[in-house]
Design a protein around this ligand. Structure first.
Ligand SMILES: Cc1ncc(COP(=O)(O)O)c(C=O)c1O
Length: 428
């Protein structure tokens, strides 16, 4: 089928009139190459269909939630069965206790669980609990790390005041000296150290946590009677069947979860240990939909699949296959890729591409050939992908590299660069 986007174009024109800016947040495609569809019609397994009927093998996985494949039958059945019994009721279903028990049995540092809707709910609740723990205020967190869209952490400065950002000190991820300096600057007011499980910032190379840095974050929290928080919203259960920092043998006091925990059904979680239990019990945290039973039933089945299937080894092996194949295909055409992050959460950029001209051309060429990739955000491998899907991606990539080699010129990602400049003018 030939790629067209007339329906998407028409929807966007209507959206301009009734949705501010036409779209907002991370799913606004304004900062992606020309032609990326804004609206989708359906999703199944590892594939997405846009409003014009174009089908894509989807390497974004809904920005993380799709772990076992869109529309997974057993997960959806649990959701629908619970929906028919009762979902958003005057109180939670018993399934909430089942789910909390399941999380506690799977995540080694956790003695309890609380549930909410979005990752930002969980990270914000973690921050409030950390401040309630000993009445201290200062949060130490890594520069450039994403923890959500609340005023205390949104990456954009618009509408945010200095007061919203008060009591935060920043360090460089993986840099023990910088972390120690930030903790020193907090003096006797350290409430928590926030850490992403891996460095998965946008645009730049991803990094695994240095074990010495992770271990030092733990001892600093112990020395200062502060809480260590790992934000596993994006990477949770993508790297391990436990908290991601189990891979470096560090147990946080709190961890935040979302995205993959219910394969796309709306639920997030905050897990904690006994040290943080009283502080957690003491805050006021709630939401009209936080106790809905159907997403909890979906999460329960998702967690069983996480525990009992080989999804982790499979997604890792598929990611390695993709990485190795792309390295040889790019080299054969004279391009040098930067492929960083865990293979199952890859970020793919190009060497010598400061204006993202290569990245934009290549991902756009992939898109028009039915492969949905992102030029500056980490992607995800889902367990519904097959070796044949990866091999097909590699064939398409070959063609896209060829098209790029033959292109007369490559356009810099001007819109994106302008926005980055504007954001840099407004210190957070
Ligand atoms: C590491 C991390 N923390 C927090 C969040 C916020 O989650 P949500 O968008 O569900 O509020 C995200 C979302 O991408 C994330 O990647």
């Amino acid at each position: 089928m030939t790629w067209t986007n007339s329906k998407d174009t028409a929807l966007r024109a209507r959206a301009e009139a009734v949705i501010p800016g036409g779209m907002y947040g991370h799913q606004n495609v304004a900062l992606l190459p020309e032609g990326y569809p804004q609206f989708f019609a359906k999703a199944q397994g590892a594939h997405l269909w846009d409003s014009d009927g174009n089908r894509y093998l989807d390497y974004l996985c809904g920005y993380g939630p799709n772990l076992f494949g869109y529309g997974h039958a057993a997960i959806n059945k649990a959701y629908i069965d619970q929906l028919e019994l009762g979902d958003t009721m005057t109180g939670p279903g018993g399934v909430m206790v089942d789910l909390a028990e399941r999380f506690v049995s799977m995540v080694a540092h956790a003695d309890w669980a609380m549930f909410c809707k979005n990752g930002t709910d969980a990270t914000t609740m973690a921050l409030v609990i950390a401040r309630n723990y000993r009445g201290k205020k200062t949060i130490v967190r890594a520069k450039g790390a994403y923890h959500g869209a609340a005023p205390w952490c949104t990456p954009m400065a618009a509408g945010i005041t200095a007061a919203d950002r008060a009591n935060q000190i920043f360090y460089d991820y993986n840099d023990v000296e910088s972390l120690e300096a930030a903790v020193r600057a907090a003096g006797d007011d350290l409430a928590a150290i926030f850490a992403s499980p891996i460095k998965h910032d946008t645009f730049i190379d991803q990094e695994a946590p240095n074990p010495a840095y992770a271990a030092r974050a733990r001892t600093l929290c112990d020395e200062h009677d502060a809480l260590l928080i790992v934000d596993d919203v994006r990477a949770g259960f993508r790297l391990a069947r436990d908290c991601s920092w189990s891979l470096v043998n560090v147990k946080p006091d709190l961890s935040t979860w979302g995205k993959a925990i219910a394969n796309g059904h709306p639920i997030s979680a905050l897990l904690g240990n006994d040290r943080a239990r009283a502080a957690a019990a003491g805050i006021y945290a709630t939401g009209s939909y936080w106790f809905s039973a159907a997403p909890m039933a979906a999460s329960l089945v998702t967690l069983k699949l996480i525990a009992d299937s080989d999804y982790l080894e499979r997604t890792q092996a598929l990611g390695e296959r993709l990485r190795a194949g792309l390295t040889s295909a790019s080299q054969a055409h004279g391009f040098s890729l930067r492929q960083t992050g865990p293979a199952e959460m890859p970020l793919i950029t190009f060497d010598e591409d400061p204006q993202l001209a290569k990245g934009y051309f290549w991902t756009s060429a992939m898109l028009k050939r039915g492969i949905y990739m992102h030029p500056w955000h980490n992607m995800f491998i889902c367990a519904a992908m097959t070796e044949a899907d990866i091999d097909h991606t590699l064939e398409v990539a070959e063609d896209a590299f060829k098209a790029m080699r033959g292109a007369a010129s490559l356009e810099p990602a001007t819109k994106l660069l302008k926005m980055a400049e504007a954001a840099a003018l407004q210190p957070l």
